[in-house]
Design a protein around this ligand. Sequence first.
Ligand code: ATP
Ligand code: MG
Ligand code: MG
Ligand code: MG
Length: 482
Amino acid sequence: MTSKEIRESYKEFFRSKGHQIVPSAPMVIKGDPSLMFTNAGMNQFKDIILGNAEIKYPRVADSQKCLRVSGKHNDLEEVGHDTYHHTMFEMLGNWSFGDYFKQEAIDWAWEYLTEVLKLPTDRLYVTIFEGAPAEGLGRDDEAASIWGKHLPQERILNGNKHDNFWEMGDQGPCGPCSEIHIDIRSEEERQQVSGLSLVNQGHPQVIEIWNLVFMQYNRKADGSLEPLPKRVIDTGMGFERLCMALQGKTSNYDTDIFTPIIQTIATLTGIEYGADEKSDVAMRVIADHIRTIAFAITDGQLPSNAKAGYVIRRILRRAVRYGYTFLGRREAFMYALLPVLIETMGDAYPELEAGRDLIAKVIREEEESFLRTLETGIRLLDKQIDEARAKGVTTLDGHDAFVLYDTYGFPLDLTALILSEHGMNVDEQGFDSAMQQQKERARNAAAIDAGDWQTVADGSVHFVGYDAVECSTEILRYREVK
Ligand code: ATP
Ligand code: MG
Ligand code: MG
Ligand code: MG
């Protein structure tokens, strides 16, 4: 099945079970101080779940654009290095608001995976909540017995509170969850080690595909639990991972969601995918990041120096730097991936086509502006790395990192990433204090700056430029939020 068919089949299946199919909410969230980007399918239903909004449809399903690059869920470092975490991904989900509960949620998930999609049942594992007696929470025997109708006991595994109990926050709805994992290793490998021992252990081919959350409690301010008056089912399945399993691949990047993009990168650079680990990682990073940037822009978040805008700028710069260092790109190229992205995803997400010109223009300008300073910055950083090495030092001075940030546009995490490629790290505290000092200088300068022009008598105050001033304060704020 093609990815388009798989997405449609999910919606069709849940439509047949009485669900209203709703559109994806924007990936960019405006006006919620607790969240910058949608990071799970349930975000758009938060008010319904909290009882603050009317339940229009008790059963809904959708495919939601999600981004996990900040806050509680931050997968950025994994992306490109592993083959199944993305920055932006699609989460297929179905919900029940006070309607059906565990029985149907489990039965339908199983029916969809094994009868509709025909995934081999002997390669599936499920986890259930083992309980936390100290907190008065028992094992989720109910889920275990429902699963017991479908799988043998040895493939129903106990999971701890971290993986198998979901809470919205310190207070509010919460409950156990059940995850479905799939083992896509070769037969030969499966003979050697049982998949049982690999579930939730970070093995790239024994992976979680679907999480079914059963919200059945409400946690009160004093920490105690009471039954939730309207119980909620909240499920989330990784679309790209599902496509990988169904298309018989062992990497999300080998599915038809990504191959056309990777192929275009290969044509543009003249470098074959699969030829070398470093260029492969770079290609995966770029194929992943172009999606994030394009969707962010069309959903209303331009790259900038502030908060969510800075998150997007950092991701774009990260991709440009990978292209520069590992694929030899010296000119803007990310924008040229847009047509192929629209070809692969434009049907399901017409906002891409609608934003085509704007997205391309913004990306190209961003790339060109960063490329202007990138080379000088990289040369400077290389020199600093050599000097540090000569002294046997493995931590880059925070002030040096700040200069790279302030003058050459290197986000701190980019500097940290480059350093990590050389077995080094960065003094983040030193970076923060350099940032703070600059902020204070800017404030002092602003306090005495009454006109258009001033002569600074004290040599300690120097003009840092309006961009830099705005940038420092905003980034401090971003870092606090994070
Ligand atoms: P993982 O343990 O693999 O990081 P998770 O437990 O953080 O996943 P959930 O919050 O349960 O993920 O999200 C529901 C589903 O979304 C997961 O079962 C997985 O299939 C998918 N998913 C989660 N994070 C990503 C990601 N960064 N990229 C692609 N798919 C993801
Ligand atoms: Mg995760
Ligand atoms: Mg998990
Ligand atoms: Mg999970």
